[in-house]
Design a binder for this molecule. Structure first.
Ligand code: AHM
Ligand code: MG
Length: 340
């Protein structure tokens, strides 16, 4: 049984119960993920001293302004991962279509989808940011196409994030619960610090960007109004609100102490022809797997996030995830609304 103080590699080796022919693969792949995260953690920490702050002066495929660090993080991650011999291709928030592993490197049978620097509006103000990743299998030896990345969240073999905050933490699941590792900069290793992370079923804390409240649809309006009515309202208790501006920061808090994270579809997004803000393949799916593995719920309001069959690489979805009692309540409000 792994104990606090175990290194990431030791933990993954002990946990590995895959068949002999693929044993060690995920450990090696996650070792490269860890290396990429250590490199990014260093850059984030250096901030202005490394010349990485500020805007890049260009947009990504989704029409969002890129920060310098969005682009650097994408490059650092690919550079750290492409020599693994285990990946067939990589897809990211910052690239229009997937990146095939170049022919000079060995091609493997896994696909990596990732958000290089989530919460990038926090970079310049030294707020929390993170990297989110999702790993699936690629059947066969052929070079993948974008369509090969379109797998439901249930097909993820591993998912996680690295939080860059007061400490850098790698939190991951291989389908056997959720474990957190803290970067010990003195030895350059992620060390097991948070074994068996579980999300409490009940909570009195929610996370939503309240500045969009005028655009919310009926289920979110009702849910948040009831929370805000406090002890005198139908919930008969006071709720607290937190919004980190970084999904990694918010989901990390929820994994630590419970809560519900909501980035709903609203009238503003609908008017733009969007199905949500957050992306399915490299934000909602990996975070959804972590939350479910920790005993919580991850839903769109109409279906569990992990059940969605994706149709496009940068697909967006509404997200409600965290403590199961609160997610279930908001999902009920969505059902009531359909029936109205
Ligand atoms: P990003 O990947 O471009 O940084 O966008 C995702 C982020 C999430 O981390 C965060 O929860 C959300 O966008 C914040 O959006 P908003 O600024 O609309 O509150
Ligand atoms: Mg993001």
């Amino acid at each position: 049984m792994s104990q606090i103080g175990t290194t990431l590699t030791q933990f993954l080796t002990e946990q590995d119960n895959s068949p002999a022919e693929s044993r060690g693969e995920l450990t090696a792949l996650l070792g490269d993920v860890a290396t990429a995260c250590k490199r990014l953690s260093h850059l984030v920490r250096m901030g202005e001293l490394a010349g990485v702050l500020g805007a890049a002066g260009q947009e990504n495929v989704q029409g969002e302004d890129q920060k310098k660090l969005d682009i650097i993080a994408n490059e650092v991650f690919i550079d750290s991962m492409q020599r693994s011999g285990l990946l067939a291709g990589v897809a990211s928030e910052e690239m229009d279509s997937h990146y095939p592993i170049p022919s000079q490197f060995k091609r493997g049978e896994y696909l990596l989808a990732f958000d290089p620097l989530d919460g990038s509006s926090n970079i310049d103000v030294n707020g929390s940011t993170g990297t989110i990743f999702s790993i699936t299998r690629h059947a066969g030896k052929d070079a993948p196409s974008d369509a090969d990345f379109l797998k439901s969240g249930r097909e993820q073999v591993c998912a996680g994030y690295c939080l860059y905050s007061s400490a850098s933490m790698l939190v991951l699941t291989t389908g056997q619960g959720v474990t957190g590792f803290t970067l010990d900069n003195s030895v350059g290793e992620f060390i097991l610090s948070h074994p068996d992370i579980t999300v409490p079923a009940s909570t009195s804390e929610y996370a939503i960007n309240a500045s969009y409240s005028r655009h919310w649809l009926a289920p979110e309006k009702r849910y948040i109004d009831e929370c805000n009515a406090g002890v005198d309202g139908p919930r008969m208790r006071n709720f607290n609100m937190r919004w980190a501006g970084s999904m990694v920061g918010d989901v990390h808090r929820i994994l630590c102490r419970g809560g519900v994270f909501i980035y709903p579809l609203d009238a503003r997004l609908k008017a733009d022809g969007k199905e949500g803000k957050l992306r399915l393949l490299y934000e909602a799916n990996p975070m959804g797997m972590l939350i479910e593995q920790a005993g919580g719920m991850a839903h769109t309001g109409t279906q569990p996030i992990l059940d969605i069959e994706p149709y496009t690489l940068h697909q967006r979805v509404p997200v409600i995830m965290g403590s199961s009692e609160e997610v279930a309540r908001l999902v009920e409000y969505h059902a009531d609304n359909i029936n109205d």
